[in-house]
Design a protein around this ligand. Structure first.
Ligand code: IMP
Length: 847
């Protein structure tokens, strides 16, 4: 792929932008990477290109950051243990408006741009929805010119890479930083000591007690910055990720014993803090290392926030005027006692002042009501690792419970329920309670979810602080999930309604009348087919399965979790299979079932479901009676990049969680935006999607959240459904009886046990009949391709609400109280005192 005739040195003073790009690329290849045409690998070419792109961002970045200081606007800090960014190259170029220019530069040098893009290691620093939401928010905040920072951890190993071997998930470490990461800049000057362990001593200064945390073991947090460019503006924000570095001080004990190697070893261990992302989604692991990771993020970030504030201000009581901190779930909630500690112990504020500042700065987003995902840390972790924070949390709790007592005298049950300390069995700190008490805002991520928070999970807190509770329905960035991921559809939409939708997704409303236009529907179908062909080629290459692009692409891609009910989808597949076996001449709508998703490595049933999907595929895909009309495909290593290929190719989006379990979902939005119809329960954001696209344009089935609660209250007996429904019975008997695992008849028995003998916690059997009936309707509609595409267009047209731009605008207005800050095209960034560069950027028409 390497062209022998690299252009000669360029010394023409009249270089236009394209030649500058080529020059920048070649210079990075030579000077940054030390390569020439003989030694440059494909990866070097990618890196040289990435550096050339980064250069174009850096000027705007400096301008933006300087402007934030000079104008002294309020800043937003989005704290998240996960940022699932995906690849940066093409996305950055799109946002900078440089995609065409760079493509031309690359091709003039004899390289294939699309191939180079694939060489980028994906930044997979997240598990699923929560981490990807953080990434979408960064894009929206930059695009909307909000002075914002993402703060997280620079894990050396991101989410594991999934391989499927003999139908089973195998986890491969994601050593994504093995080579270099051209998008980050290390900031050695931003190095904060983060303390652990030690003990607290109380000294008296001017007769007042002051607490000092001493004899600590310190780990250094070093900043790595990644620029986050806005779309079509000059804003470039920052994602700052912390990396653990050992401090210089040696453990004197080992040192004095002359055990130098042991002392160094101990230092090295401290760097483990930022080594690996915990791979469980929607469940806590409760490990000490994870606890330390959470504090590491919280502490380093709080210190950075204060450092930045203090550059311009002295009085920390003014912090809430300049700083808003959003907690992405409770994972970074230790920032609350950390800020208290800094204000009390280091800055000398009174408790009342410190608490006033803290509660006005913090806001908390809840992402789940699943009990296994609600964080509670053992008190003994605090005693050993964060003793001063435990004192502060106890003090917060004492004062809070006094307040509860005043408001609800004599209600001891309420006190126990609301306490920050769980007293049963092992004493634990309830992180959600800490987050609610320490924040001025608590939000859920879809209307239904926020109602459940108020009426159920956090009911006591809602009764106490009703004004704190609000809803912010999640969204997705259309820049990545339509413009980048689906170029043919973007081009079609641009052609008919113009490009306004890229920054105002409500513009898609203009597609509504076009749903009635036969020519537009035909074009729409052509685009869908093109995308299906692309995915079919991928499936053939990676799974060696030939799929029919005229079949209905029925997709369920998301983490594998019992509550998301991939198993219900499998029960449907087996049902169809049985119908075909009973009557091979049955006229059914051919379907390709596409699954993707990772299971937490320790999640036994989820991993077994992956095996079952593959085992069912092995039977169905080969059966001559099926004659290719059903195909089952499990795509390994579901990731942002793979998602970008799947959504555009999907006909049907499976959003089938038990009502009341999925907080929002965002995959549901990505599918609909790319012209898929949804089959779903009335759960999470599905409900709002239904409201936007119209009840007649979505397939809704199953129990509502209220009905689920009621059924469980009355006593749910899955066996009743099993006994009543012969089709269901047959399906389950096949799974438990070894039909799909002839070599190991009992292999899938635990799955059926979980349904029949362990209570079917997620009510698959209760929803089965309704699901099957709804799938019948799907098939009937698919026979009418024209009507199908009409509805698909109406779905896309109704997606305006689900832009993360809308979500962020609501956060900014209702919670953060921040303004947008336009960065001018003719910016002036200062290099040294008295030395400023005045930029005249060609692409923005600066003069
Ligand atoms: P940080 O806020 O210290 O992380 O710095 C980020 C960027 O902001 C720096 O690279 C500078 O471009 C800019 N910056 C930092 N301090 C100042 C200041 O005091 N005035 C104006 N710009 C600043």
């Amino acid at each position: 792929m390497h062209d022998d005739s690299l252009p000669p040195t360029i010394d023409n003073p009249e270089l236009d932008s394209l030649m500058l790009t080529i020059k920048s690329f070649l210079e990075h290849l030579e000077y940054t990477l030390g390569k020439d045409k003989y030694s440059a690998s494909r990866y070097d070419i990618y890196n040289a290109l990435a550096y050339a792109v980064r250069d174009r961002m850096v000027e705007r970045w400096l301008d933006t950051q300087q402007h934030y200081y000079n104008s002294d606007h309020k800043r937003v800090y989005y704290l998240s243990m996960e940022f699932l960014m995906g690849r940066s190259l093409e996305n950055s170029l799109i946002n900078l408006g440089l995609l065409d220019e760079f493509k031309e530069a690359v091709s003039s040098l004899g390289y294939d741009f699309d191939e180079l893009v694939e060489d980028e290691q994906e930044a997979g620093l997240g598990n699923g929805g929560l981490g990807r939401l953080a990434a979408c928010f960064l894009d929206s905040m930059a695009t909307m010119a909000i002075p914002a920072y993402g703060y997280g951890i620079r894990y050396e190993y991101g989410i594991f890479r999934q391989k499927i071997t003999d139908g089973t998930q195998v986890e491969i470490p994601d050593n994504w930083l093995r080579y270099r990461n051209p998008w980050e800049l290390d900031r050695q000057e931003h190095l904060h000591p983060v303390k652990f362990n030690g003990r607290v001593v109380t000294v008296h200064i001017d007769g007042k007690p002051r607490h000092e945390w001493v004899d600590t073991e310190d780990v250094m947090a070093m900043a790595y910055d990644t620029p986050i460019p806005g779309y079509g503006n000059n804003t470039v924000n920052t994602m700052r990720l912390w990396c653990a570095k050992s401090s210089r001080e040696f453990d004197l004990k080992f040192f004095n014993e002359g055990n130098y190697i042991r002392a160094v070893e101990k230092k090295m261990l401290t760097e483990n803090i930022s080594k690996v992302l915990y791979p469980a989604d929607n469940v806590i692991e409760g490990k000490e290392l994870r606890f330390k990771q959470e504090y590491f993020l919280a502490s380093a970030t709080v210190h950075d926030v204060i450092y930045r504030f203090k550059k311009m201000h002295k009085d920390l009581r003014l912090l809430p005027d300049k700083v808003a901190i959003q907690l992405n779930d409770t994972h970074p909630a230790l920032a609350i006692p950390e800020l208290m500690r800094v204000l009390l112990d280091l800055e000398g504020l009174s408790w009342d002042d410190a608490w006033n500042v803290t509660t006005r700065v913090f806001a908390y987003t809840n992402h789940t009501i699943l009990p296994e995902a609600l964080e509670q840390w053992p008190v003994w972790f605090f005693e050993q690792i964060l003793p001063r924070h435990l004192m502060i949390i106890y003090e917060i709790n004492d004062r809070f419970l006094d307040e509860v007592r005043r408001r609800f005298p004599g209600d001891n049950g309420r006190l126990a329920r609301m306490s920050l300390v769980e007293e049963h069995w092992e004493r634990k700190i309830r992180m959600a309670h800490l987050a609610i008490v320490g924040s001025h805002s608590v939000n859920g991520v879809a209307a239904l979810h926020s109602e459940i928070l108020k009426n159920d999970l956090f009911r006591d807190f809602y009764e106490m602080y009703p004004e704190r509770f609000n809803n912010k329905t999640n969204g997705i960035t259309q820049r990545r999930w339509l413009k980048k991921g689906n170029p043919p559809l973007s081009a079609l939409i641009d052609d008919r309604i113009g490009p306004g939708w890229v920054t105002d997704l409500y513009e898609l409303e203009k597609l509504r009348p076009l749903a009635e236009d036969a020519e537009f529907r035909a074009d729409w179908q052509k685009v869908k087919r093109e995308n299906k062909e692309r995915l079919a080629a991928y499936i053939l290459k990676h799974n060696c399965i030939q799929v029919d692009v005229d079949s209905l692409f029925d997709c369920q891609v998301k983490r594998i979790h019992e509550y998301k009910r991939q198993l219900l989808n499998v029960l449907h597949i087996i049902t169809l299979y049985n119908r075909l076996k009973a009557d091979p001449s049955l006229d059914i709508v051919p379907r390709t079932f596409i699954f993707g998703g990772k299971a937490a490595p320790a999640y036994f049933i989820a991993k077994l479901v992956i095996r079952l999907i593959n085992a069912v595929g092995d039977v169905v895909n080969r059966d001559p009676d099926v004659a290719g009309r059903l195909k089952v495909v499990f795509l390994a290593n579901y990731s942002v990049s793979l998602a970008e290929m799947i959504f555009p190719a999907a006909d049907l989006s499976e959003q089938i969680s038990t009502a009341g379990t999925e907080a929002s979902g965002t995959g549901n939005m990505k599918f609909a935006l790319n012209g898929a119809l949804t089959i779903g329960t009335l759960d999470g954001a599905n409900i709002e999607i239904m409201e936007e696209v119209g009840r007649e344009n979505i397939f809704i089935f199953g129990l509502t959240a209220e009905e689920v609660t009621e059924l469980k209250r009355k006593g749910y007996n899955p066996r009743e459904y099993y006994n009543r429904n012969p089709e269901l019975q047959k399906v389950l008997d096949m799974v438990s009886g070894g039909f799909f695992s002839p070599y190991d008849a009992n292999l899938f028995k635990p799955i059926v046990d979980s349904l029949l003998n362990q209570g079917d916690h997620y009510l698959l059997l209760a929803d089965y009949a309704s699901y099957i009936a709804s799938q019948e309707e799907v098939s009937q509609l698919y026979r009418d391709q024209d009507e199908w595409s009409r509805r698909a267009i109406l779905n896309a047209a109704g997606m305006g609400k689900f832009s993360s731009d809308r979500t962020i605008a609501e956060y900014a207005r209702d919670i953060w109280g921040v303004d947008t800050v336009e960065i001018s095209a003719q910016a002036q960034h200062c290099l040294h005192d008295g030395v400023c560069l005045v930029e005249h950027r060609k692409d923005e028409g600066g003069s």
